[in-house]
Design a protein around this ligand. Structure first.
Ligand code: MF3
Ligand code: CO
Length: 259
């Protein structure tokens, strides 16, 4: 079933999501060549706990870390480890915070130093496709309108949409109903209504849409080895425009500072 939230519940969801975004911002200065992904994970865990939260992904279905860190051809659910960032990498950092009984969930893909034109276009397109999805997420519209908007934008740029993983409701549980695919048909699916809180998270591939899972049981990669990007916002459905619960502005302020 779908859990519709009160204003108070949305307030707490926003607090959790704002801590997720501040955690992303905190990492920006360390997203440079030579940093090990496990170092980013430890920094994030410490920052979240220092600010009164708990890592929301840690132990979720046995997930071993605070962050999912997915580099280049990794799409999502990469496990932090000894890998050292290289100039030219793109790195998706997915972060969850559990606080006051509510989950925050947001992801951002970062460039490590100078990246190729293709990777830059992939990042720009994926982020823009997320905002296209959010624009379509108004009460009275349907889940299919979100997926259609994301897919139409990403495919017009010559990229492909991952099908196997989807966005979701978010609240007292990290994953609630409804599922929110990044592809779909206008006017189809669950009707959006005020009080629904959902995470929209396009995973867009530079090459073909097909993915595979690593032997670690988590990491999802493109089959063709081409790069993939991932951006995720948690939002609340409102009468007009949706309300962002997570916030990329705090991240982008830091990016400006360290560029
Ligand atoms: N944002 C991710 C998702 O919604 C959360 C990571 S799943 C976990 O699927 F298992 F790693 F926690
Ligand atoms: Co999510």
């Amino acid at each position: 079933m779908i859990y519709y939230k009160t204003e108070e519940e949305i307030h707490f969801l926003k607090l959790s999501n704002q801590l997720v975004s501040r955690t992303h911002a905190e990492l920006v200065s360390k997203i440079v060549p030579g940093t090990k992904t496990i170092e980013l994970d430890k920094l994030a865990e410490t920052f979240i706990r220092d600010n009164g939260g708990v890592p929301g992904f840690l132990n979720y279905h046995g997930y071993p870390n605070t962050l999912c860190i997915s580099v280049n051809d990794a799409v999502v659910h990469g496990i932090p480890g000894k890998y050292e960032l290289n100039e030219g990498d793109i790195i998706s950092i997915d972060c969850g915070v559990y606080m006051n009984g509510f989950h925050g969930d947001s992801a951002f893909t970062f460039a490590v130093g100078e990246i190729s034109e293709l990777k830059q276009k992939l990042l720009d397109t994926t982020k823009a496709s997320l905002y296209k999805g959010i624009e379509a997420a108004t009460s009275g519209n349907r889940v299919g309108d979100i997926g259609y908007a994301v897919q139409a934008y990403a495919e017009a740029a010559g990229f492909s949409v991952v099908r196997e993983l989807v966005g979701h409701g978010v609240g007292r549980n990290l994953h609630e109903k409804p599922e929110v695919p990044n592809y779909g048909r206008r006017g189809r699916g669950v009707k959006l209504a005020e009080g629904m809180t959902i995470a929209i998270e396009p995973m867009i591939n530079a090459g073909a849409k097909e993915v595979k899972q690593d032997k670690d049981g988590w990491t999802i990669r493109t089959q063709d080895g081409m790069p993939s990007a991932h951006f995720e916002h948690s939002i609340a459905i409102r009468k007009g425009e949706a309300e962002l619960l997570s916030d990329f502005n705090v991240i982008e302020e830091q990016l400006k500072k360290f560029r």
